[in-house]
Design a protein around this ligand. Structure first.
Ligand code: MG
Ligand code: MG
Length: 260
């Protein structure tokens, strides 16, 4: 069942998603060699609570933390830990917040210092593919148009698309219908309607597409041990042009010319 949101609900979703964007911006200030991912998690949780919201992931299905901190070959759902970031790492920070009963959900993958050129290129392509997918998130298109555009953009550049994990509807629940795969066929899937709110979140691998889930039941990594990148926006489907409810502006203000 796909719930179409009213304009009022979309404004509440924007508030929650902007707070997630601001939280990612706060985390961005601290990403450098030597900081633990647990410390980043504490910074995010405090920031969200200080802004009158609650972390969206903490306790969700038993997830222990405010952010998913997925370093290098981790695809998604990494637990924040004592691990201290090192020069050359990449870290995807996926963050959720609930405000006024609505969810925000957004992800940015950061470089720790200087990263290898091939890894930086993976990050850039993954981010570009997110915006290409968003271009298709307009009234009258089909979900498969989003999926196919992301897949073809990334595969044409030699990367592979994780199949087992998808984007999703967002609203009062963190994960609502429909699923939004990052692969598929044009002209297939649900018709996109005004007021659909979805998270689009390409998870793109430098090597092969296969993943392994670790024994903690959450942490997902690439089978071949090569890096994986992840960018995510929550958007509202509108006529002509999608409305992006989350924001990378706060992150990119901090990163400046180091933005992906
Ligand atoms: Mg997310
Ligand atoms: Mg999501």
């Amino acid at each position: 069942m796909i719930y179409l949101k009213t304009d009022e609900e979309i404004e509440l979703l924007r508030e929650a998603n902007l707070l997630v964007g601001m939280t990612l911006g706060e985390v961005a200030k601290w990403i450098k060699p030597g900081i633990s991912t647990l410390k980043l998690d504490a910074i995010a949780e405090e920031f969200i609570r200080d802004h009158g919201a609650v972390p969206g992931f903490k306790g969700y299905g038993g997830f222990p933390s405010t952010i998913c901190a997925s370093v290098n070959d981790k695809v998604v759902h990494g637990f924040p830990s004592e691990y201290e970031l090192r020069e050359g790492d990449i870290i995807s920070v996926d963050c959720g917040a609930v405000k006024n009963g609505f969810n925000g959900d957004s992800t940015y993958t950061f470089c720790v210092g200087e990263v290898a050129p091939e890894v930086l290129a993976l990050l850039k392509t993954t981010k570009e593919s997110l915006y290409i997918g968003i271009e298709h998130a307009v009234v009258g298109k089909r979900l498969g148009d989003i999926s196919e555009s992301i897949q073809s953009y990334c595969e044409a550049r030699g990367y592979s698309v994780v199949r087992e994990l998808c984007g999703h509807g967002v609203g009062r629940h963190l994960h609502e219908d429909p699923e939004v795969p990052n692969y598929g066929r044009r002209g297939t899937g649900p018709l996109l309607k005004n007021g659909m709110v979805i998270a689009i979140e390409p998870m793109i691998n430098l090597g092969k597409r296969h993943i392994v889930i670790e024994r903690d039941g959450w942490t997902t990594r690439t089978r071949d041990g090569k890096p994986s990148a992840h960018f995510e926006h929550t958007i509202a489907v509108r006529p002509g042009k999608a409305d992006i409810l989350s924001s990378f502006a706060y992150v990119e203000e901090v990163l400046g010319e180091k933005s992906i």
